[in-house]
Ligand binder design. Structure first.
Ligand code: HSE
Length: 437
């Protein structure tokens, strides 16, 4: 059968992995796809690297724009990243009637609405399995496997770098800075780790999952984002003593008033499977009304795991490219004219349980003062831990777990607690999720 021709933009880690896996498994992939899938041209600024990987098996160029207008190319794989030139190239490829496979979560979370509209108008596919949780087929699961369900919520460990750092902090008792250095030394964290540690990468990914789960446009600009850089090793230790682990979760939930879309450090009961996902691994928990909870686990980054997702998309596009565009799987899971712009809830309206840590003077009445404030704000206490003051100290750490409350209530309570004369410094607050039903 006539091969389908692919132009690859960017032959870094994932591009190299894609080239290698496609070559290694060519025969089986052709048996699945119905015809051979062949990379005919690779574009990369680093020609030396591109030549080294491709070994003369395809054309190599440093002009990515020539690839997106190459009449021979049927599918363009975009692995450049970011939303500058990558956006231009993707839109050009679509305008030229090419299907696109991309791993670019930043691009889709911020410009996905425009990109999918352009693809819809042109009748081409944009496939993006590799954009969320690397090799874990979570896009396919949410978009197709769970299509019978009214999805209620999704909670995911969707950034391996931060999960690695949190595991190091918990297992070795390291502070955030030392754990980050370890992650950089071992190649898990970039030299500039900002997007990972501040939760932006996870927010891109949960934005995409939220849109697919609820049939809404991408609304990245409304996401609440809090990373792990201010997390204290002490809180990881206290959480553990109370039976919880702290994970950076991307969470999206449907509520009667709107959709929650948030990324923040979260206490999760240690008995949950997802709480035991360690190191750079990813895991996504999806709650559907019919199926209940399902959990997807695997490598969220790396050359071959991510290539696995890129090539699955190539196979899908190869199988479907002759189908009438109306009969293909919709880009955003729901038919394009059926998307509903549900409001994203402001964080002040979101309801969670809370972990609060306070430094208090160790004297009579302190607890009564604090619990009175919580009672006034109708916040109910679930558990408490008081650490004895050290030798010669007069201040103690007090840790409280609350039942479900609205963020604005806890904000008010914390502001009042911080004004109490017996409370020293700021209150540390971390949100908590049972992830049961
Ligand atoms: N930087 C991401 C992570 C991988 O640490 O999980 C690519 O999305």
């Amino acid at each position: 059968m006539k091969p389908i021709n692919v132009g690859l933009l960017g032959i870094g880690t994932v591009g190299g992995g894609t080239f290698t896996v496609l070559a290694r498994n060519a025969e089986e992939i052709a048996r699945r796809a119905g015809r051979p899938i062949r990379i005919t041209v690779v574009a990369d600024k680093n020609l030396e690297l591109a030549n080294k990987i491709t070994q003369g098996k395809c054309r190599v160029t440093d002009d990515a724009f020539s690839v997106v207008s190459d009449p021979e190319v049927d599918i363009v794989i975009e692995l450049i990243g970011g939303y500058g030139v990558a956006k231009e190239l993707v839109l050009k490829a679509i305008a030229n009637g090419k299907h696109v496979v991309t791993a670019n979560k930043a691009l889709l979370a911020t410009h996905g609405n425009e990109i999918f509209k352009a693809a819809q108008d042109k009748g081409v596919m944009v496939a993006f399995e590799a954009a969320v949780a690397g090799g874990v087929p979570i896009i396919k699961a949410v978009r197709e496997g769970l299509a019978a369900n009214r999805i209620e919520w999704i909670a995911g460990i969707i950034n391996g770098t931060t999960n690695f750092i949190l595991s190091e902090m918990r297992e070795k008792g390291l502070g955030f800075g030392a754990a980050l250095k370890d992650a950089q030394r071992l190649g898990y964290a970039e030299a500039d780790p900002t997007f990972d540690i501040e939760g932006v990468d996870a927010a891109h990914k949960i934005t995409i999952l939220s849109a697919l789960a609820f049939g809404t446009p991408m609304q990245f600009e409304r996401a609440y984002i809090e990373g792990i850089s201010k997390l204290d090793a002490k809180d990881i230790k206290y959480a553990e003593q109370l039976g919880y682990r702290i994970k950076l979760l991307g969470i999206t939930r449907r509520t009667p008033d709107g959709v929650e879309l948030r990324v923040h450090p979260t206490l999760v009961p240690a008995r949950r499977l997802i709480a035991n996902v360690e190191g750079a691994m990813n895991a996504v928990l999806v709650q559907g009304d019919a199926v209940g909870a399902t959990l997807y686990y695997g490598k969220g980054a790396g050359a071959e795991p991510t290539a696995s997702a890129v090539i699955a998309d190539l196979v899908d596009v190869t199988r479907l490219h002759t189908a009438d565009p109306q009969n293909r799987v919709p880009h955003m899971a729901f038919q394009p004219n059926q998307l509903v712009a549900l409001p994203i809830l402001p964080m002040t309206e979101v309801q969670t349980c809370f972990y609060l840590r306070l430094r208090v003077q160790d004297e009579p009445g302190v607890l009564a003062d604090i619990t009175r404030v919580l009672a006034d704000e109708k916040i109910s206490i679930d558990a408490m831990l008081q650490k004895e003051p050290g030798e010669g100290e007069y201040e103690a750490d007090l840790v409280l777990l609350t039942h479900l409350t609205r963020e604005k209530r806890i904000n008010q309570a914390i502001a009042r607690i911080e004004k109490l004369p017996v409370v020293v410094g700021k209150v540390t607050r971390i949100r908590m999720e049972e992830l049961g039903k």
